[in-house]
Design a protein around this ligand. Structure first.
Ligand SMILES: Cc1cc2nc3c(=O)[nH]c(=O)nc-3n(C[C@H](O)[C@H](O)[C@H](O)COP(=O)(O)OP(=O)(O)OC[C@H]3O[C@@H](n4cnc5c(N)ncnc54)[C@H](O)[C@@H]3O)c2cc1C
Length: 380
């Protein structure tokens, strides 16, 4: 890609990923959608190729790359047309495991990171609850210290990688008297911990190959060593990684929309109506050209925010704009793409129908558009 933001190392990663997606993901996507999960073998292959350790320090076996590596990962996986693949992998690689690396002790990192980077153990971030999503400070899951253990009680909702996952980074209230988002701590909970129960695998509108679950903690005991980061400061760790999460979602959304646009441009070049290809209709052509312009602008906002982040600037406002703007522009573009596919766009034979459904998540998951806009306005 010709851009001031991407260097040769980035471009090599992109080329390698694009081949991987064409050869290893696209041929299996339909099966995974039907089965409601991605094969573990594929996740292990990705681990072997180093895709789950792109930003982690070399001393742990990572590649120590910058934030643009995650953007490339999100963009190229999204070009597969299977939103569930990118959500599964990005939640594992960029939204969950960074909590371990950025807040964990040396011992925790050495214990849990190798199988995570190898794709042998898949991880999840469990913050949302049935009664607290946008309002993270409202979580009710409690952790109470009992000797050398913490005892967790409560439940989580809509957790990606929740059904087939292995390692869960769980937010729980450790100081019930603390107001709002204060008094929250993070815990590492392994799948087979007694008292930790995985509930329903939730049926969804889209991203069918990504598993989403509810989780229950009933006197679930974890050793004190499993607290991740400082006691009562867990929310700040969650917040810090929100930046990565929001940029990843911006990258997934715009890349899905750009891929849909390419498919639509190809379609209108072939499909004829009223004696000529749809491409000859100025109204269609111009609407797609405007979609193209809006998408490029959204991507540039994403890259600019990522650059600010990579330079260590405070960019919460810009990253919140990225999440809101990229997700909303994507809805508009997807609508146009489906519209100009006509009846075919509504039928499951073509990827476009799935892509429209998958992309709908982006204005809701990882912080709804309205919540992002509040983050923008708060900083005026
Ligand atoms: C498929 C999927 C996967 C997910 N994966 C995870 C995961 O891995 N881990 C995790 O912890 N969570 C996950 N989530 C949860 C997700 O982040 C939340 O659903 C999201 O933050 C919205 O929270 P809510 O559903 O409780 O909506 P609510 O908080 O009930 O809000 C409903 C709607 O009200 C509007 N709204 C809310 N607050 C305001 C406001 N202040 N001003 C104006 N409008 C507002 C927004 O439009 C919002 O969509 C996932 C959700 C889905 C659907």
């Amino acid at each position: 890609m010709n851009s001031i933001y991407f260097n040769e190392e980035h471009n090599m990663l992109r080329d390698q990923l694009r081949r991987f997606v064409d050869n290893e993901i696209k041929p299996h996507g339909d099966d995974w959608e039907r089965e409601g999960k991605i094969s573990r073998e594929m996740l292990k292959k990705m681990g072997k190729l180093g895709y789950f350790g792109l930003r982690f320090p070399e001393k742990y076996g990572g590649s120590n790359m910058d934030v643009f590596a995650w953007i490339i990962l999100a963009e190229e996986l999204s070009r597969s047309t299977y939103g569930g693949v990118s959500v599964t992998c990005m939640v594992h690689a960029a939204m969950s495991s960074p909590h371990l690396v950025y807040a964990g002790t040396e011992e925790q990192i050495r214990k849990y990171l190798p199988p995570i980077m190898a794709g042998e153990k898949i991880c999840a971030i469990a913050v949302t609850e049935p009664s607290a999503g946008s309002d993270v400070g409202g979580i009710r899951t409690r952790a109470v210290r009992d000797g050398d253990e913490w005892v967790l009680n409560g439940s989580k909702m809509y957790i990606t990688n929740g059904y087939y996952g292995d390692i869960y980074f769980v937010a729980a209230k450790t100081d019930p008297d603390a107001k709002g988002s204060r008094g929250v701590s993070m815990f590492i909970v392994e799948r087979d911990t007694p008292g930790f129960n995985i509930g329903r695998k939730l049926e969804k509108f889209g991203i069918h190959c990504s598993d989403t679950a509810e989780l229950f903690f009933e006197d679930c005991r974890v050793p004190v060593e499993n607290m991740l980061g400082e006691e009562n400061k867990g929310f700040y760790a969650v917040m810090a990684n929100f930046q990565n999460e929001r940029m990843s979602i911006g990258a997934m959304a715009t890349s899905e929309a750009m891929t849909a646009l390419e498919l639509t441009i190809e379609h209108i070049g072939q499909r004829e109506a009223f004696g000529s290809p749809l491409m000859d209709k100025q109204g269609i052509r111009q609407r797609l050209a405007m979609s193209h312009a809006k998408l490029v602008a959204a991507q540039q906002l994403l890259y600019h925010a990522a650059w600010l982040d990579s330079q260590g600037h405070d960019c919460v406002q810009e990253v919140s704009m990225v999440k809101a703007h990229c997700a909303e522009v994507t809805q508009e573009v997807m609508y146009n793409c489906q519209q100009f596919h006509g009846g075919m766009g509504y039928i499951r034979d073509l990827p476009i129908e799935r892509m429209v459904r998958d992309a709908r998540l982006h204005t809701i998951g990882g912080g709804a558009t309205e919540v992002m806009l509040e983050e923008v306005a708060k900083r005026w």
